[in-house]
Design a protein around this ligand. Sequence first.
Ligand SMILES: Nc1nc2c(c(=O)[nH]1)N[C@@H](CN(C=O)c1ccc(C(=O)N[C@@H](CCC(=O)O)C(=O)O)cc1)CN2
Ligand SMILES: [Mg+2]
Length: 296
Amino acid sequence: MAARVIDGKAFAATVRGKVAEHVAQLKAQGITPGLAVVLVGADPASEVYVRSKGKQTVEAGMHSVEKRLPATASEDEVLSIIEALNGDPDVHGILVQLPLPGHLDESRILATVDPAKDVDGFHISNAGLLATGQKAMVPCTPLGSLMLLRDLHGDLTGMEAVVIGRSNIVGKPMAQLLLRDNCTVTIAHSRTRDLPAVVRRADIVVAAVGRAGMVSGDWLKPGSTVIDVGITRIPTESGKDRIVGDCDYASCAEVAGAITPVPGGVGPMTIACLLANTLTACCRANGLPEPEGLTA
Ligand SMILES: Nc1nc2c(c(=O)[nH]1)N[C@@H](CN(C=O)c1ccc(C(=O)N[C@@H](CCC(=O)O)C(=O)O)cc1)CN2
Ligand SMILES: [Mg+2]
């Protein structure tokens, strides 16, 4: 039987609606959550994401700040912008759009964001809090993926999860979140021996390696749930890029029980969760209860 298609676009719209409702309540108390996005350079995909972030921030009723620097900006210039945003009381969330130009030290830049305003959850102190099971800001793509899984399965306790990819942004935090939800978690990667056999054990597969179409249907346990985090742009003859995930959709959809499409799966959840994290950061900064169902 063909897999159920997990509609991340629709789910993201629901999340954004909930965020907007909370924001309206905060504004009635004189509090407006604010999100600042820092973009260094003019990577075309980053331009698109940053524009969407600003637009969706405003649509949710929040205050949006955009700081743009040329690709030639020095590290000190980037750091001084972040420091100013750290001290701005109207800004509750700060993110630095990745990738950064190669001459900049990404770790140093991310470590300069105030952890309480780190709505991407990339600061080492948030990574450490998450790894030790404490209250953290959680990276948006793993948080969105977890929301989709909880919506589909309810309780994830006891499920076998295989996360393919060990990045700090997706693979590692995703594994931590699944562990926290009582899954038995394996992190697989490019050096894993017999990757298809490892993936075949999984009730939940999260593919986050950045290799187009790598996971094929014959790697899957029948009925498993596939979360495809990959986004690879493939140029087409029409001149417009087509985007594909890390899973070979046609073959995986024949074997899986449920699968996220690319586009329209995990991608839209990333920005919806960014808004949710900004709301959470604003509530924490004001000593207010956190919104239910919008955090991990
Ligand atoms: N600071 C950050 N940088 C990057 C992150 C991040 O979470 N924080 N993630 C990605 C880019 N990204 C957001 O920044 C992002 C990627 C994809 C989507 C999305 O909605 N994708 C759509 C397709 C859109 C398209 O056609 O390009 C989908 O999958 O349906 C949103 C945000 C790297 N950098
Ligand atoms: Mg670098």
